[in-house]
Structure formats: structure tokens, C-alpha cells
Design a binder for this molecule. Sequence first.
Ligand code: C5P
Length: 218
Amino acid sequence: MTALVIAMDGPSGSGKSSASRGVARALGLRYLDTGAMYRAITWWMLHHGVDLTSPAEIAARAAEPELTLGVTPDESSVTVDGADVTAAIRTAAVTAAVSAVSAVPEVRARLVAEQRALIGSGDIVVEGRDIGTVVAPQAPVKVYLTASPEARARRRTAELTGTTVEAQRAAMARRDTLDSTRKADPLVMAADAIELDTTELNLEEVIAEVLRLVKERT
Ligand code: C5P
């Protein structure tokens, strides 16, 4: 068997992270969270007072932050210039700002190259928005996870404190629109991806379905 790459794409709240980790654990594969890389660059830009309304300024600074990532399901820590930002990249401020940063082609070019280097020869589950279309179009298994807006907002609300389903639904709709309408590598399902609607499925069922697809396609 050739080295395995499993591409897990989809919008936020579709269940990508938990399912990707679960699949990686079940198969003894590495795990790469590409969203964490966009979040880490965004954290650095906020920390350094970069004007996020200026794509030119974001582009000019895109190469500066140095990232390191843990790439196993149990060790997915992130550092920027040596500082551990694993928790800091999950704050509401970073979540609200990340789509402006991830839309800038210079940011994407840098991170896509780093993601390909981390994928290396494979044996990895990679989650993101453009893995099956841009980062690893040769991946033998591509899953595109979806769920109803209600289910996605409910899941995200359960993970956070001090928010409501309504507020989450509005924030996610805004991020989806930005991510899927940007010019550079928008969120779109790969032609050869399998769409998996997780609205009515629990985590174990999603993992089992992906494992079934892996068996079928490899
Ligand atoms: O998956 P997560 O919600 O952590 O991703 C954060 C943001 O990073 C997304 O809203 C999107 O703007 C960006 N992203 C991306 N391409 C990826 C992964 C994430 O543009 N492959």
C-alpha cells in the first residue's frame, strides 16, 4: 500500500477536528490541523498590531512568524516564534479575524508549502478547507463534511462559554461566506470527494463511516 493521505475538508462545526483525530488514532496515522496554522499567523498579526483591513500589509508580513506544529492526534500544540499559542489561537478575537488573513494569497502560498512539507510521504489525516482541492489533490481519500447550520452552531456553542446558538450561527455564516467567496483557494468540495452529512450522526458513526471509505478506497 502506498502512503496514505486522508483529506478532511468542510466548514467549521461540521465535526472535522474530532473525526480527523479519531480516524488518525484508529489507524495509527499522524494528524495535521491546517486551520491551526492560519489561526497562529492571525494571532501573530494581532499581537504585532498588523492592520488586518490591509491585505497588502498582511502580505508584506506573511513570512515573518515562525510556526512549529505537533502532528499527532494527541499532540497538536502550536508555537509561534517559540511561544506556545495552542490555547490563544482559539479565542473569539482570532476566530473573528482569521478569514481576513487566510484570504491573502501570500499567506496561503506560504502555508500550503509548509503543509505539503509536513505531509511529506503521507500516513496522515489532514483537516482544512482546501486539502482535497489544493494542498493534496492526489490524496486517495477525500471527505467533505457538512452539517445543518443549526447542528454546527449547537456544537460550537457547546464547546464555548458565554455565547448563544444564535450568535454562533451568525458568526459561522459570516466566516463561511468569507471562506467560500475568497479568490484564493476558496472552500469548495473537490470533484472526487465524498460528502458526509454529519447532522444526524454522532462522532463514533462519523469515524466509522470514514474508516469504511478508507477501506474501500485504499
Ligand atoms: O478549521 P478552523 O475553524 O480552525 O479554521 C480557521 C480558519 O482558517 C478558517 O475559517 C479559514 O479561514 C482558514 N483555513 C483555510 N484553509 C484551511 C484551513 C483553515 O483558509 N485549509
